[in-house]
Design a protein around this ligand. Sequence first.
Ligand code: FE2
Ligand code: FE2
Length: 168
Amino acid sequence: MAMHTSKIASPAKATPPREAGDRQNGDINRETLLEGLNFDLAGEYQAILMYTHYAAKLTGPYRKELRALFQAEIADEQGHAQFLADKIATLGGEPTTQPRSVPTANGPREMLEQALLAEQETIQAYDERIGQAEAFGDIGLKVDLENQIADETRHKEDIERILAGWHR
Ligand SMILES: [Fe+2]
Ligand SMILES: [Fe+2]
């Protein structure tokens, strides 16, 4: 095989292998992104149902405070769900209407524990989605998802603070 000795070290030849590798790792198609966003949307619908259901079933001395907390979160989750549904439709997908199922909880402490788990899972999912949005080249989506992660982190920390001082 003949080699082109004079051109082998040109900068244009030195970079492509790394670029190609990066693209292969990061490349994501629209279908994969839509699938992820629909997973997130199902989670937001679950969160709306979960906080509504738990607010209704709350009993005990902290009912009023916890109900106010849950209802404040419902408003945030509705905003998240609308954003995701809009984005999925804009990208040419079909926004899901199926929530993930709401975990049962006996009493306020279990409700808080289930809500904490759900918030942690949501943060993890958005973390993954942010990487996918960036790989897809949609920096606006990445920033919007970062804002949603900030909301979920606040929800998570509120619940953690309540559970940290909870006496059985
Ligand atoms: Fe949310
Ligand atoms: Fe949340």
